[in-house]
Design a protein around this ligand. Structure first.
Ligand SMILES: [Fe+2]
Ligand SMILES: [Fe+2]
Length: 401
């Protein structure tokens, strides 16, 4: 199958993964196996759905790499938090929804452990991050994914705890799912502010961390509540809120580095990454989001966690389309951890927008050739962001040559 831009859909194409309504998350618009006609194609475009998975001859090898259970688990998190956001706005106690969160978190954790190296469906994350509930579900899923891949680090950072408690990431999931709950009582213009906006300097916006903590304190486990309080603390000590010392009754500067709980460090990073994936109502190629995360905001985050995330999120998603330096269009079919910007691709006879685009020739492993290299992703020139060697090591390809 292939991740097809909605603008390139044609009559007769067959849907390969269920399509959910972008604004009513419990509605499945189209099921896998549905054959598209002109009416449904224009409906998908009207709903501003950017891309859908379709069956495509010659790309069957991608089918087994996409884990539908993870996609469904992400959707279950989304549904759990979406429903309760309505209730929470009405100031219903948080613990009433805890059971539902726990069930959804437990299920996706099991699926992550079952298939730790699954392809992360960046397109699903990007469409979800447009909404508050989607952003919370994304942060929960990605935080659990990162946590599952760094159990050794969690043990080391939480060494005062028994091993099974130190590695237990359920509380990480709850904190990530509720991290912005303090925004709910705020005016809509403040709820839309994110940490990358100018408004992130406003004290009224910054109050959401403390407000969220006060709302959940005593109702959810302490480690999860602390994520809500500290998810905007930064590794370089420039975060918020200030700490209040109950003994001296004075404010102290925000914590830095290991003084910040490792769970809050994870959620803080994921929160920013999710916002970078979707800016100004447009999906951003993963490679650009990861580059900006590391070059512009690198000092905010724990480098060990950044490296784990960079290893888990390849710059080009399997099933997505790229343009090569020789002008050819291609589909990514396999990523390589040691050369993340040089995946294996299948070439297309013409652009996917063309009437007769089809797979041609055998797979091309871009690791084995200096040229061609990837030139564009989602129609965006990504050459300034290419990395060589280790995943997002910070060495631009031009400098590595
Ligand atoms: Fe926040
Ligand atoms: Fe957030």
């Amino acid at each position: 199958m292939l991740l097809m831009p909605t603008k390139a859909l044609k009559r007769g194409m067959v849907i390969a993964q269920p399509i959910f309504h972008p604004r009513q998350d419990d509605i499945v618009l189209l099921q896998a196996g549905f054959v598209l006609d002109a009416e449904y194609i224009s409906r998908l475009r009207e709903l501003d759905i950017k891309s859908v998975w379709v069956e495509f001859e010659g790309l069957e090898e991608i089918d087994g790499k996409i884990n539908p259970r993870i996609a469904a688990g992400h959707m279950a998190l989304y549904q759990a938090v979406q429903e309760s956001l309505v209730e929470l706005r009405g100031r219903v106690a948080v613990e009433m929804n805890l059971h539902r969160y726990r069930v959804a978190i437990e299920q996706i954790l099991l699926d992550i452990v079952d298939d730790p190296d699954h392809e992360v469906l960046i397109n699903q994350l990007q469409s979800a991050s447009m909404q508050a509930a989607g952003h919370l579900a994304n942060c929960c899923y990605l935080s659990l994914l990162v946590g599952a891949h760094m159990s050794g680090y969690l043990r080391q950072q939480r060494r005062a705890l028994p091993v099974h408690v130190a590695e237990d990431t359920h509380r990480l999931g709850i904190g990530a799912l509720l991290h912005d709950i303090g925004k709910l009582g705020m005016p809509p213009e403040l709820q839309d502010v994110c940490i990358l906006d100018e408004g992130a300097e406003w004290p009224e916006y910054r109050a959401h961390a403390q407000a969220g903590f006060e709302r959940v304190q005593g109702h959810i486990p302490g480690a999860a509540a602390n994520i809500i309080l500290h998810h905007h603390q930064r590794y370089d000590g420039t975060g918020f809120p200030d700490r209040f010392d109950r003994v001296s009754r004075t404010f102290r500067p925000p914590p830095a580095q290991d003084q910040i709980h490792v769970f809050a460090r994870i959620v803080g990073l994921i929160d920013t990454f999710d916002h970078l994936l979707h800016r100004n109502d447009r999906p951003v190629p993963t490679i650009i989001a990861m580059y900006v995360l590391q070059t512009r905001y690198g000092t905010w985050f724990d480098p060990v966690i950044v490296e784990t995330l960079a290893r888990l999120i390849p710059p080009f998603m399997v099933g997505s389309m790229v343009e090569l330096s020789n002008g050819k269009h291609a589909v990514v079919i396999e990523n390589h951890i040691e050369a993340p910007c040089r995946p294996t691709v299948r070439l297309l006879s013409e652009s996917i927008y063309g009437a007769r685009a089809q797979v041609e020739g055998p797979p091309v492993d871009l690791r084995l050739c200096r040229e061609p290299c990837i030139y564009k992703a989602s129609g965006v020139d990504v050459r300034p962001y290419l990395f060589e060697g280790k995943a997002c090591s910070g060495i631009p390809m031009s400098a590595a040559r």
